[in-house]
Design a protein around this ligand. Structure first.
Ligand SMILES: Nc1ncnc2c1ncn2[C@@H]1O[C@H](COP(=O)(O)OP(=O)(O)OP(=O)(O)O)[C@@H](O)[C@H]1O
Ligand SMILES: [Mg+2]
Length: 244
């Protein structure tokens, strides 16, 4: 495990071995994580960047595939990160389609697909290509209902339930609202990955090329790291279940 106070359970090669991701029997392919949504602005790029930073900190060679050619949010963000010489260094590339991104997978340990603003034809293709799918959502039913609907649609198209997790973005002060949203996710039968609070310091971090787990405040970074830890644990569990 990566985040503070947890043991590192799996090295990349061990996870890749367990997931049987070989190419021509010798080449190990990248693990793929998708961050997708039905609606725009729910925190996909926020999570994609934070997850990328955590894995890269532990020596994984990470590429973020920015699937939104119109916005290129993460590509622009990474240019600032590189300018400021922040570690760990990440690679970000915009892709028009999944096939082009997958062509590069033997060069990376991890590819994180940062989905386009709204679900489109590529959404299913990205989910199908990925080992784990994260669906971030705001707390309101305006956000939650379409995200659960997307999760159900992915299930219908053959994506396994255990490969899907939902997180809550821009969480405010109301614990009640958070609890209700978590219950809604769990009653729908999906794994709850945790919450990221609404914080100005997260926006400020993004503005200078830092991720949500690299803000000035350890307390904020810790909460974001808990979500990432749950994602890492979910992927480790998938690898373990394939092994056994
Ligand atoms: N926890 C947070 N606290 C403060 N600001 C946040 C937080 N999460 C996201 N934001 C801000 O909200 C906006 C939308 O977040 P983000 O870009 O992650 O969403 P997205 O789902 O990738 O959006 P799009 O669908 O447009 O690609 C961004 O400006 C981001 O900096
Ligand atoms: Mg985005």
């Amino acid at each position: 495990m990566f985040c503070e106070n947890k043991k590192i359970a799996y090295l990349y090669s061990e996870i890749a071995n367990s997931l049987n991701i070989y190419f021509q029997n010798t080449m190990i392919m990248a693990i793929k994580i998708a961050v997708l949504s039905q609606k725009g602005g729910v925190g996909k790029s926020t999570l994609a960047r934070a997850v990328a930073v955590e894995y890269a900190k532990h020596g994984w060679n990470v590429k973020i595939a920015d699937m939104d050619l119109k916005q290129r949010t993460v590509a622009t963000w990474n240019a600032k990160r590189l300018d400021s010489n922040y570690e760990p260094k990440l690679e970000v590339q915009s892709f028009a389609n999944v096939k082009d991104a997958l062509k590069q997978e033997k060069n990376y340990d991890l590819i994180i697909f940062d989905g386009a603003g709204q679900a489109d034809l590529q959404t299913l293709e990205i989910a199908t290509a990925s080992d784990f799918v994260i669906l971030p959502s705001g707390l309101s039913s305006d956000d939650l209902v379409p995200q659960i609907k997307l999760a159900h649609e992915l299930r219908k198209k053959g994506i396994e339930r255990r490969k899907i997790g939902l997180s809550l973005s821009r969480v405010g002060a109301s614990e009640r609202e958070l609890k209700d949203a978590q219950e809604y996710i769990e009653l729908a039968g999906y794994k709850f990955l945790g919450r990221i609070d609404e914080k100005t310091s997260i926006t400020q971090a993004h503005d200078i090329g830092r991720a949500a787990n690299e803000t000035k405040y350890e307390s904020i970074n810790k909460v974001v790291d808990e979500v990432i830890q749950n994602i890492i644990d979910s992927i480790d569990a998938l690898a373990e279940s394939v092994e056994n």
